[in-house]
Design a protein around this ligand. Structure first.
Ligand code: SAM
Length: 322
């Protein structure tokens, strides 16, 4: 077995995979789902009728784009920094509005996936060439360390798609606190939070009959096979989703259908699975106003206002530093 010291691993992905698959219970980080194939699968998810998050947030931005753009704008040029931007499907609504109203800004999308950033940059060149865009590949936490450097003019930090829902509450407070520390009084944070709702609607969004979410979840195993010399047989794992309406936490798992051993050559590791043993892969937290206010308060932020769709399915909140 490989020495667990960080220097022995070829990448953070290798190190995290080793840690997750030698822990009990086993886990893998959802951020590693996103490579070229994972990005494409997520775009397919966004187009699914069951994945209400995208259409609800799209409607909120479409209905309120004029107000939102006005709130973002400043007398001078500002920086619009988007964390976990993805393909920018919804952000483009705001970018277009900002350009149409002649507001001066730079757009700085950040994502762990270089592939999706390249796609976004190319799409903007075609669709809204007036936008000055500078992409940055990295994780949220790596980027947040650099956020405070953008301090010469107003910052608007954008996090759409309820990306924050992939973090536990304590990680979310940490994430928000890091943002708060980097914010000046003029700066603002605009963030989407998926809301608690009928549990069946939530279950359907992460458990579609076409199996797109299953392929998305299993892309973690595909990446381990390709990048770390893994021997996972995908059909020996079942995609499983749970939702706890009390905590508002949806959780995704891959469950081993049989007792099996899986070699991962580059980690010099053989992982043993009991029959029906799970790997926890993702959380998708759901919120209400009280939880959002509590998270903000813990992080040193204040909720200034929110925008909701007509069914209160999804909300986008504006936060300022306390
Ligand atoms: C659920 S998608 C949402 C994309 C976009 N915000 C939207 O609303 O359509 C999450 C995005 O965040 C990126 N991502 C996930 N975890 C990340 C992390 N820890 N650091 C940076 N980016 C991350 C993924 O690559 C993906 O593009």
């Amino acid at each position: 077995m490989k020495n667990q010291s960080a220097t022995m691993f070829e990448s953070v992905f290798a190190e995290d995979t080793h840690k997750g698959l030698t822990s009990y219970p086993k886990f893998l980080h959802s951020k590693y789902i996103y490579d070229k194939k994972g990005d494409k699968l997520f775009q397919e998810i966004m187009a699914m009728p069951e994945y209400y998050l995208t259409s609800c947030e799209f409607d909120i931005l479409k209905q309120n784009k004029t107000d939102i753009a006005k709130i973002f704008s400043s007398e001078n040029s500002f920086d619009l920094i988007e964390l976990g931007a993805g393909d920018g499907k919804k952000t483009k609504l705001l970018l277009k509005e900002l350009v149409d109203k002649n507001y001066k800004f730079n757009y700085l999308p950040v994502d762990i996936s270089q592939n999706v950033l390249d796609e976004l940059e190319n799409a903007l060149k075609d669709e809204i060439p007036q936008v000055s865009v500078k992409t940055q590949q990295g994780t949220y936490f790596e980027t947040l360390e650099k956020l405070a450097e953008y301090n010469s003019r107003k910052k608007v930090i954008l996090v759409l798609g309820s990306n924050i829902g992939n973090l536990s509450h304590s990680e979310a407070v940490d994430f928000l606190r890091n943002i708060a520390v980097a914010m000046s009084d003029d700066d603002m944070l605009f963030m989407g939070f998926d809301q608690k709702k009928d549990p069946q609607i939530i279950m359907n969004a992460y458990n579609d009959p076409a199996g797109i979410t299953e392929r998305f979840n299993k892309n973690l195993l595909v990446r381990i096979n390709h990048e770390l010399g893994g021997e996972f047989e995908l059909e020996k794992f079942k995609h499983w989703e749970t939702y706890d309406p009390e905590t508002g936490t949806a959780r995704s798992f891959l469950v081993s259908k049989e007792e099996q051993r899986v070699k991962i050559h580059r980690l010099e590791l053989e992982v043993k699975f009991d029959a029906w043993e799970s790997i926890h892969t993702e959380i998708s937290q759901k919120y209400d106003d009280a939880i959002v206010s509590w998270l903000a308060d813990e992080a040193g932020l204040l909720v200034e206002r929110n925008f909701a769709d007509s069914n209160n399915c999804f909300k986008n909140y504006i936060f300022r530093r306390k």
